[in-house]
Ligand binder design. Structure first.
Ligand SMILES: Nc1ncnc2c1ncn2[C@@H]1O[C@H](COP(=O)(O)OP(=O)(O)OP(=O)(O)O)[C@@H](O)[C@H]1O
Ligand SMILES: [Mg+2]
Length: 168
């Protein structure tokens, strides 16, 4: 079935009352994400984009790989069974600079792509990208809202919705 929800995206909000709960969302995403998936992260400075990337990478990749905002290199790669590419669009001058990084080739490379400040490059992200918007609701609390309009994004959201209610 090829279902699209362009005008009415599928949404699921994961409330996180602590960094440990964000780690749990990261572990759930690590379970569900597969090569080729693209996750578009948005939220103000300090919202918790990198924190979620760290949680995902710690679940997917062997220990010891440091995760910080890829400020200077703009894209960082973490090794694992499925490689993870971590972009940060904050300092990019424009979409062309993102494309010059080889973003479209990397999207096709079979890894999982996680993009901070993704709204800045939204026009070149595939419609099947999973969007995660982060709201700061208190010093230790955040809301991670997953939204998707197409294909894989909807599958990922439904899988997370199904797993999120089941406490380990
Ligand atoms: N429940 C929570 N989930 C995630 N982060 C939290 C939570 N509570 C507090 N924090 C703190 O919020 C901060 C999130 O910082 P992080 O670097 O992830 O933000 P960011 O969205 O990547 O910002 P930037 O746009 O500067 O890259 C960290 O200091 C983290 O300790
Ligand atoms: Mg960051």
């Amino acid at each position: 079935m090829c279902e699209t929800h362009r005008d009415n995206p599928v949404r699921f909000t994961f409330p996180s009352a602590s960094e440990q709960e964000t780690d749990r969302l990261g572990a759930l995403l690590a379970d569900v994400l597969r090569g080729g998936d693209i996750v578009a992260l948005n939220g103000e400075l300090g919202a918790g984009k990198t924190r979620l990337v760290r949680a995902i990478v710690h679940s997917l990749c062997p220990a010891g790989q440091r995760v910080s905002s890829p400020t200077y290199v703009l894209v960082q790669q973490y090794e694992g069974e499925t490689p993870v590419f971590h972009f940060d669009a904050y300092r990019l001058a424009d979409v062309d600079e993102f494309l010059e990084l080889g973003a479209e080739e990397i999207f096709e490379d079979g890894g999982i792509c996680l993009i901070e400040w993704a709204a800045r490059v939204a026009e070149v992200l595939p419609p099947s990208s999973l969007r995660i918007d982060i709201r700061v609701t208190g010093p230790e609390s955040r809301e991670y809202e997953l939204a998707g309009s197409d294909g894989r994004a909807i599958e990922i959201i439904e899988a997370i919705r199904a797993r999120a209610g089941v406490r380990p």
